[in-house]
Design a protein around this ligand. Structure first.
Ligand SMILES: NC(=O)c1ccc[n+]([C@@H]2O[C@H](COP(=O)([O-])OP(=O)(O)OC[C@H]3O[C@@H](n4cnc5c(N)ncnc54)[C@H](O)[C@@H]3O)[C@@H](O)[C@H]2O)c1
Length: 252
């Protein structure tokens, strides 16, 4: 991956941040898009202090014309796109508002579509490359109280398969990762919002729902993302990988 150009969305926090660090440490030219000005600027400075390269592109993946301008600002080709930015919501159909539904769809589905569409010219210019989408175990199993979130991750899975099929002849591979619970600000945020005062108890419960007995780490997901995106993963396309401490495969 040395000197390859990698674009990561949602790189200012959690799994995306671990990916930015991993790909930069491996010598890639990393660009990351995020809405979080403070964290994005901080991450860019921290990586640069280590003598590595990661450029923060501030903006939202939901705004196609802004996104297209950001992607045009990347010099030359793109080898790898990682669609990682995502937002969550807790609730069943009855306590999901129309606004919640639209917000999740805009970021997790349309944002992914926008990034793929805007990056395709640069991936083709490169003669091929890799697209990796962040999906979730929630795409293929019913998880309580995750209606809108699961719906968007189901869409991310089918988008992955469709894109993999349509661009295989262009040398573009497209895959997705389906993590179980990974300890990131995403998890801390929804525990604080949904279970105020019971965060520690709920954290332990969520950790225990993985047969391996804990949540994943962002770094574990970044390692898998790196393998799939690199030439070592060159035979992999149209695949969804669970990375979930046994959540999907083992009986509790
Ligand atoms: N943490 C988990 O347990 C878990 C499990 C399965 C899948 N995932 C998926 O992994 C991905 C990353 O999750 P995380 O836990 O690291 O989340 P996180 O909340 O820690 O980080 C998400 C990042 O995306 C950015 N972002 C949000 N909306 C954006 C937008 N419109 N445009 C640009 N950037 C935007 C945020 O600012 C943030 O920096 C998500 O797609 C999530 O659904 C997470």
């Amino acid at each position: 991956m040395n000197s390859k150009t990698v674009l990561i969305t949602g790189g200012a926090s959690g799994i995306g941040l671990a990916m930015v660090k991993k790909f930069a440490a491996e010598g890639c030219q990393v660009y990351f898009i995020d809405t979080n000005h403070v964290e994005g600027t901080k991450v860019q400075a921290e990586i640069s202090e280590k003598g590595l390269q990661a450029t923060f592109l501030e903006g939202s993946i939901t705004d196609y014309s802004q996104l297209e301008n950001l992607i045009h600002s990347i010099p030359g080709k793109i080898d790898t796109l990682i669609n990682n930015a995502g937002v969550s919501h807790i609730g069943k159909v009855e306590n999901t508002s129309e606004e919640d539904f639209d917000r999740l769809f805009q970021v997790n589905v349309k944002g992914m579509f926008n990034c793929i569409k805007a990056c395709l010219p640069k991936l083709k210019e490169n003669g091929g490359g890799s697209i990796l989408n962040m999906c979730s175990v929630a795409a293929t199993i019913g998880i309580p109280d995750r209606f809108a979130y699961s719906m968007t991750k189901g869409a991310a899975l089918s988008m992955t398969l469709s894109v993999a099929r349509d661009y295989v002849a262009d040398g573009i591979r497209c895959n997705c990762l389906s993590p179980g619970r990974v300890h990131t600000p995403f998890v801390d945020g929804f525990l604080a919002k949904s279970y105020p005062g019971q965060e520690a108890e709920m954290f332990a419960k969520l950790a225990a729902s993985q047969p391996i007995g804990r949540m994943g780490t962002p770094e574990e997901i970044a390692e898998m993302a790196f393998f799939i995106s690199s030439d070592a993963g060159s035979f992999i396309t149209g695949s969804n990988f669970n990375i979930d401490g046994g959540f999907m495969g083992l009986k509790m």
